[in-house]
Design a protein around this ligand. Structure first.
Ligand SMILES: [Zn+2]
Length: 114
């Protein structure tokens, strides 16, 4: 249960943030997940909901997940493009030398709290 431990990590991070900001309640949590992270979003969301319900701080929190495509940077001209599958060539200079950056990240983007 890879997703469950990720959800646990997220909850721990949220509790830390709430303490830091002296918040009583977390209302919205926005997370970006890279398409190549190998995270099943449904399982992650489910894990989060189960864990969040156990604590009054997060019991009303809404989790919004955005899947993001990996970024490909052209080795020749530096142009970047986000794509689900690797482009065969740079759209700016036609160089075939594109380097993937990220795509396997899990980023806590925004937390709204009261
Ligand atoms: Zn290029």
């Amino acid at each position: 249960m890879h997703e469950f431990s990720l959800a646990q990590g997220l909850c721990a991070q949220l509790h830390g943030l709430a303490r830091q900001h002296r918040a009583k309640k977390i209302t919205t949590v926005r997370v970006d997940i890279g398409r190549l992270a190998g995270i099943v979003v449904d399982s992650f969301t489910f894990g989060f909901e189960v864990l969040a319900a156990e604590n009054p701080l997060t019991s009303e929190a809404r989790l919004a997940v955005t899947l993001i495509d990996p970024l490909y940077r052209c080795d020749n001209c530096g142009a970047t493009v986000r794509a689900e599958t690797p482009p065969s060539a740079c759209s700016q200079c036609a160089s075939p030398s594109l380097v993937r950056e990220g795509g396997d990240e899990l980023i806590l983007k925004q937390v709204e709290m009261e």
